[in-house]
Write a protein that binds this ligand. Structure first.
Ligand SMILES: [Zn+2]
Length: 311
């Protein structure tokens, strides 16, 4: 076993932890490469094993099996949270609008139930999605009329030199071969096309403080754990030039801290999840914004958002 980034074989144990969603039994071990600092799950699971790691509506905020509250106040707070999330996404969309013109082609890898793509579509872009989980792909098609291919990105078969932007939001850390995922992104991107990536930051203050209790470790679903340094190394190895790196995500960082402080297994809105716990998460996350702002200003935010260009 050697490091994916630098082929070094000097790997040392970093920590071990259980599945925070209690889906997969047992303990999972992370190792760190002594040369480049890449952190990854050891041993890495097989593709067959990985299939058993995910619930049907993984990471979707809209689970149609959830009970819908008829109480006006809950419905109002839910709408407020949705509006706030969309407002926060607008900042990323404005950043992309500066890079690619209206009508440009965008591919969202791991598009989930399609919220981000729907926002880009509303801004006049030609949008496409790939999603491995069948229920989420179906939701994205039905709710937003999006063109979504269900299955593995590596087998999705898009033409070469086709897209102006490929998005990997919280996807790279789930791939057993992230280098192959980026190589496929490079193939389908036009020359000089852009890549927008978001991953949890293993060099964050949250990880340094909470270690195996940090919610974004997400073992065993997160296979690779990047820092800004190792992510940039992976990008350079696969033919991308990093352009902009950010640590601050109001959409992610306060929620990751909230779930770290108050761990629960119903994060993915299982059918029994009551509306009250959902509102608790929202209010708690808002109260944690000042701390997560400080950690980001100090250069150790819980999420890395990176824009790169295909070279
Ligand atoms: Zn290494």
């Amino acid at each position: 076993m050697s490091c994916l980034l630098c082929q070094c074989q000097d790997l040392r144990p970093l920590l071990s932890a259980e599945d925070n969603l209690k889906i997969v039994p047992g303990r999972f071990n992370l190792v760190i490469c002594q040369n480049c600092g890449l952190v990854f799950l050891h041993p890495l699971p097989s593709s067959e094993q990985i299939k058993g790691y995910y619930p049907e509506y993984y990471c979707s905020r809209e689970n149609p099996k959830n009970p819908v509250s008829t109480h006006n106040l809950f419905a109002w707070i839910k709408q407020l949270e949705k509006d706030l999330r969309n407002f926060l996404l607008q900042r990323e969309i404005r950043h992309i609008q500066k890079l690619i013109n209206k009508g440009g082609r965008i591919l969202d890898v791991g598009c989930g139930s399609g919220e981000l793509l729907a926002l880009f579509k509303a801004k006049g872009y030609e949008v496409y999605g790939v999603e491995v989980l069948p229920e989420l792909a179906r939701l994205a098609r039905e709710r937003f009329g999006l063109e979504v291919r269900q299955g593995d990105f590596l087998a999705s078969g898009y033409p070469a030199d086709y897209f102006d932007l490929v998005i990997f939001y919280h996807v790279l850390e789930h791939l057993p071969e992230p280098d192959l995922g980026l190589a496929e992104a490079k193939r389908v991107l036009k020359k000089g096309g852009f890549l927008l990536l978001q991953v949890p930051n293993i060099a964050s203050y949250q990880f340094r403080i909470f270690k195996q209790r940090w919610f974004a470790l997400e073992l065993p679903r997160h296979l690779y754990h990047f820092s800004p340094t190792t992510l940039e190394l992976l990008l350079k190895n696969t033919g991308f030039e990093p352009l902009r790196i950010r640590h601050f995500s109001i959409r992610n960082n306060p929620l990751i801290l909230a779930f770290t402080l108050f761990p629960r297994q119903n994060y993915h809105r299982l059918p029994h999840s009551p509306d009250m716990s959902w509102i608790f998460d929202f209010v708690l996350a808002l109260s944690l914004v000042p701390f997560t702002t400080l950690e980001s200003l100090a250069g150790g935010g819980a999420t890395i958002t990176l824009t790169a260009r295909s070279t």
